[in-house]
Write a protein that binds this ligand. Structure first.
Ligand code: ADP
Ligand code: MG
Length: 554
């Protein structure tokens, strides 16, 4: 790291268009990146209201020498690169020298207070509506940047913002991304003076414990994987590490798969997809894992200079990196038990063809028996049907629920269950309490991101549980079209009270379930799109047993 200097014209020309501050989240991201670049071990983020009121980020990094501090607010002034030649080598998250001046311009006031550690006193630089002042000020080694009245002079930007809860949810997601991409740094996020989460800087498991809860942290494994990538003919080292929740902990959305590259928390689909692919058949269809995966690789293999807000990076060879991530995840999950259940699912899929729509319904189907508490074996004419009782029950429940919308019966959860959500989840609950109530969920705030679930939908005989509620909250956060959101919620609800693996059914129940399934509008798939019924036609058995076709003639 060198002193802060202005980049020359030529270098400026080779750098992608600068930071765009569209919402408080962008301010937080830039300030957190600066703190990470400063080598901080501890980063504290505080947000008031929707973030336009106040954002403050404090770090214990190396600070800025007093005489250089005013330069930090100048456009194209950076200590991170000297010229365009440094660009592909830069290991820092910033390099354009544009964030602080952009934020200062967008905000009513920006105060930078910093201490480079060699002086008992620090310095404060204030940018207030274009005026700059510099004064001495007390600050422990490190830096605090406080931004107030964001977009005070930009009514259009301010108007484009969502509610305080949603904007804070975005901030919270961003801090979560960086906390998981930097598990050895202590992070703390506060909203309106209340701590929403904190990580202790002691690795992935503790970070996930701080952000999620004990259930996720306890049912997970960490991994650390080194590999060599061949890119453009050269061999390069890559390190892939992180935390993977077991396949028994799943979510309805992929947003709980966090990925980072060289300390940057990404919003990016390639790596996320690679992580999900690494789980492969261990995940039920339509379900996603909870995971935090970081990739560290030489700066030459990744171009950070593509996205103005740097939420994305461009790999020199994305396929090679994705493959490495996928196999690192697969290897990490390849413990005996997990692997075996995965193989089983694959074999079944390969051996049995799903029943298609134009074949008959189940009017004259005989249930022969139950297999392993999971499947119903049925005779249907010349075919042997295998019904996935859980998937079948989901379909039946879903169609019943869909018919009952607007009139979903709710039952008290007694005693109420406390549920700890992610901060963004808590924001969604506050925002969309009405939509949750329509579906039969009633909650009370219980401090921070914790709520008490006092009533839950019970149209199916069994009361939906805290997991169903968690899934509903996730769906609320991410659906756009209210109709879609409602449909997704119904699907999730239908799933939760449904028969679980190992549930014993009486003959009568089994027959009923198959009959009900046959009466469904779409009996051949569960609401998430997995098949409910597989059929083995007699032809398959004939071939399998190496019999000739003429059965009677043998
Ligand atoms: P960039 O990060 O692209 O260099 P910024 O405008 O974000 O540009 O910051 C300008 C300069 O101010 C940085 O290069 C760095 O030297 C200094 N700086 C900013 N924030 C911090 C911080 N939290 N700790 C130490 N130095 C900082
Ligand atoms: Mg920066």
């Amino acid at each position: 790291m060198t002193e802060i200097r202005k980049l020359d014209r030529e270098t400026r020309a080779s750098i992608a268009a600068g930071e765009v501050i569209r919402r408080p989240e962008n301010v937080v991201t830039e300030l957190v990146e600066n703190a990470i670049d400063a080598g901080a071990d501890r980063i504290e983020v505080a947000v008031d209201g929707d973030g336009t009121d106040r954002v403050s980020v404090t770090d214990d990094g190396r600070g800025i020498p007093a005489e250089a501090a005013p330069l930090a607010l100048e456009r194209h002034a950076t200590s991170k690169i000297r010229d365009a030649e440094d660009l592909p080598r830069a290991e820092t998250l910033g390099f354009r020298g544009e964030a602080l001046p952009s934020v200062a311009t967008a905000a009513g006031r920006l105060e930078l207070t910093t201490n480079a550690g060699d002086d008992p006193e620090g310095v404060r630089v204030v940018a207030d509506d274009g005026d700059r002042t510099v004064e001495t000020a007390g600050h422990p080694p490190g830096t605090t940047v406080e931004v107030t009245d964001l977009f005070a002079d930009r009514p259009a930007r301010k108007k484009a913002l969502a509610s305080a809860a949603t904007e804070f949810g975005r901030v919270s997601d961003a801090v979560t991304r960086y906390a998981l991409a930097n598990p050895d740094v202590r992070f703390r996020l506060a909203h309106d003076g209340r701590e929403t989460f904190a990580t202790p800087g002691t690795g992935y498991t503790d970070a996930v414990l701080g952000i999620y809860d004990r259930t996720v942290a306890a049912r997970s494994t960490t991994f650390d994987h080194e590999a060599t990538l061949t890119v453009d003919g050269a061999e390069r080292p890559v390190r892939i590490d992180g935390l993977l929740a077991y396949p028994s902990v799943t979510r309805t959305r992929p947003s709980h798969v966090y990925t980072g590259v060289n300390g940057r928390g990404l919003v990016e689909e390639t790596l996320r997809a690679a992580v999900v692919d690494g789980y492969g058949t261990l995940l039920p269809d339509g379900r996603y894992p909870v995971a935090a995966v970081s990739v560290s690789l030489p700066p030459a293999l990744v171009d950070q200079n593509v996205h103005p807000a740097k939420r994305d990076v461009e790999f020199r060879d994305p396929a090679v990196v994705a493959d490495a991530v996928e196999s690192a995840v697969r290897d990490a999950l390849a413990t005996g038990d997990l692997r075996r259940s995965g193989d089983l699912a694959m074999d079944l899929e390969a051996a049995l063809a799903p029943l298609s729509d134009d074949e008959s319904a189940f009017a004259d189907v005989d249930v022969l028996g139950q297999f392993r508490g999971l499947y119903l074996l049925c005779a249907a004419g010349d075919d042997l049907l295998v019904v996935d009782q859980h998937a079948a029950h989901e379909r039946v429940n879903y169609e019943r629920l869909r018919a009952a919308v607007g009139d979903v019966e709710s039952r008290p959860v007694d005693p109420p269950e406390t549920v700890t959500l992610s901060p963004a989840g808590a924001a969604a609950v506050e925002e969309r309490a009405g939509a949750l109530a329509d579906l039969g969920f009633e909650v009370e705030p219980f401090g921070g991101a914790t709520v008490r679930l006092t009533a839950a939908p019970a149209p199916l005989g069994r009361v939906a549980d805290a997991d169903a509620f968690r899934d509903a909250v996730d769906t609320l956060r991410e659906g756009d079209d209210p109709e879609d959101v409602r449909d997704d919620l119904l699907k999730d609800l239908a799933c939760h009270p449904s028969l679980k693996a190992g549930d014993e059914l009486t003959d009568e129940e089994a027959t009923q379930l198959v009959e009900r399934l046959g009466a469904c509008e779409q009996p051949y798939a569960c609401p998430h799109g997995r098949p409910t019924v597989l059929s083995i036609d007699e032809e398959t058995l004939v071939r399998g047993f190496e019999r000739s076709h003429a059965r009677l003639g043998e």
